[in-house]
Design a protein around this ligand. Structure first.
Ligand code: NAD
Ligand code: 022
Ligand code: ZN
Length: 379
């Protein structure tokens, strides 16, 4: 029988207060749960957003982190898909394969554990983390800012042991989100004209995936001039900084750039900024009759998008996706293989590597416009 493990974790005791590296106790995995030794975890905006107390549903004290890879340490009763020693990527969108959503074949939004996960608890309504006699909440079903974590069996996927943790952790969120949005959601085809708003980890992954899909024109859009070189490196054929459009709107500029046979507009646009004004521009930059705009960026709570209904009546499509529409357990092993075959780019996205203990320094680096992804390495 597995025993509790004492280890280190970054505890967010209260919103906006510095994370504290504490000694915590991680309970053994219960039925259909797995205890994982976290080997690498990258920082993502949602961690920072919740830490700052900007998510009204955020609960404290909590262990943040949701983009991670590790090794199975022990398994609870009834767990058959993994065993100790297996290398895994953690999934903030689980895949049970049985719920209405999983069976639909139309979405990756598995919903069996949605309610408890949103409350920061395991499916049985309790937590596996204790610190100084207090129970700590889980985060997005993952809580990777800890040497050990416990997740439901459906919230992880076994992957090729040859893949380095410090790279494939990016497949736990940002990179997969970009590749999936292009390949599973938009299904960008050869020759297509694509505009990508926001060239961070997600946008650059969209650009790389669109290039692989054979898109004819890939226009990166970013207000940060530094991203021109990044977008080009990942396969953008064009780049626009909205500041260079002068009086013209970015959508008008894009329509003019793509004008052909009496009409302009992109076949696909992607919002990778989370800015609702940008989302509108991304939709309105689409070609009449068929252009699709994919919302990937997560906007602030309560913010609304708007456009003239005319935009949709004339055939433009506004849609969105979570985790790129990717089903973690079904699709990620293939993504890891593609990374190993150099058909999926992760290496260049990692711009900072820090020991786990320096997680707070990592959060500060997120504001640095030259930094794409910070990866924490665990001992
Ligand atoms: P990031 O901060 O690294 O990148 C965002 C980029 O957008 C930056 O380069 C920034 O300069 C640019 N930008 C900001 N305002 C802009 C504007 N007005 N016009 C053009 N560019 C602008 O972030 P990221 O890690 O790449 O994530 C992007 C977004 O995707 C975030 O909102 C994140 O929360 C969201 N996200 C969504 C999912 C999902 O499943 N839907 C998953 C991961 C991330
Ligand atoms: C990850 N995200 C942004 C940056 N990194 C992110 C945040 C939220 C979602 C997806 C990615 C998201 C989209 C839709 C949902 N979520 C709801 C899914 C559902 O209702 O089934 C979402 C998810 C998890 C949590 C909250 C919202 C959570 O665990 N608290 C997937
Ligand atoms: Zn994320």
């Amino acid at each position: 029988m597995a025993k509790p493990i004492t280890c280190l974790a970054a505890v967010a005791w209260e919103p906006n207060k510095p994370l504290v590296i504490e000694e915590i106790e991680v309970a053994p995995p219960k039925k259909n749960e797995v205890r994982v030794r976290v080997m690498a975890s990258s920082l993502c905006h949602t961690d920072s957003y919740v830490h700052q107390g900007r998510d009204p549903e955020g609960v404290f004290p909590v262990i943040l982190g949701h983009e991670a890879a590790g090794v199975v340490e022990s398994v609870g009763e009834g767990t058959s898909s993994v065993e100790p020693g297996d290398h895994v990527i953690l999934l903030y969108i689980p895949e049970c394969g049985k719920c209405k959503f999983c069976r639909s074949g139309k979405t990756n939004l598995c919903s069996v554990i949605r309610e408890t996960q949103g409350k920061g608890l395991m499916p049985d309504g309790t937590s596996r983390f204790t610190c100084k006699g207090k129970s700590l909440f889980h985060f997005m079903g993952i809580s990777s800012f800890s040497n050990y974590t416990v997740v439901p069996e459906i919230s992880l996927v076994k992957v090729d042991r040859a893949a380095p943790f410090e790279k494939i952790c990016l497949l736990g969120c940002g990179a997969t989100t970009g590749y999936g949005a292009v390949e599973k959601v938009a299904r960008v085809e050869k020759g297509a004209k694509v505009a990508v708003f926001g060239c961070g980890c997600v946008g650059l992954s969209v650009i790389a995936a669109a290039a692989r899909a054979g898109a004819g024109m890939i226009i990166g859009v970013d207000t940060n001039e530094v991203k021109r070189e990044w977008a080009t490196k990942f396969g953008a054929t064009h780049f626009i900084n909205p500041a260079e459009c002068g009086e013209k709107s970015i959508e008008t500029t894009l329509i003019e750039m793509t004008f052909e046979d009496g009409a302009g507009g992109v076949d696909y646009s992607f919002d990778c900024t989370g800015n609702v004004k940008v989302m509108r521009s991304a939709l309105e930059a689409c070609h009449k009759g068929w252009g699709q705009s994919i919302v990937i960026g997560v906007a602030g709570v309560g913010e609304c998008i708007s456009t003239l209904p005319f935009q949709l009546v004339t055939g433009r499509v506004w849609r969105g996706c979570a985790f790129g529409g990717v089903k973690g357990r079904s699709h990620l092993p293939e993504y890891v293989k593609r990374y190993l075959n150099k058909e999926l780019r992760l290496d260049e996205l990692v711009t900072t590597v820090l020991p786990f203990e320096k997680v707070s320094e990592g959060f500060e680096k997120m504001h640095d416009s030259n930094n794409i992804k910070t990866v924490l390495i665990y001992r």
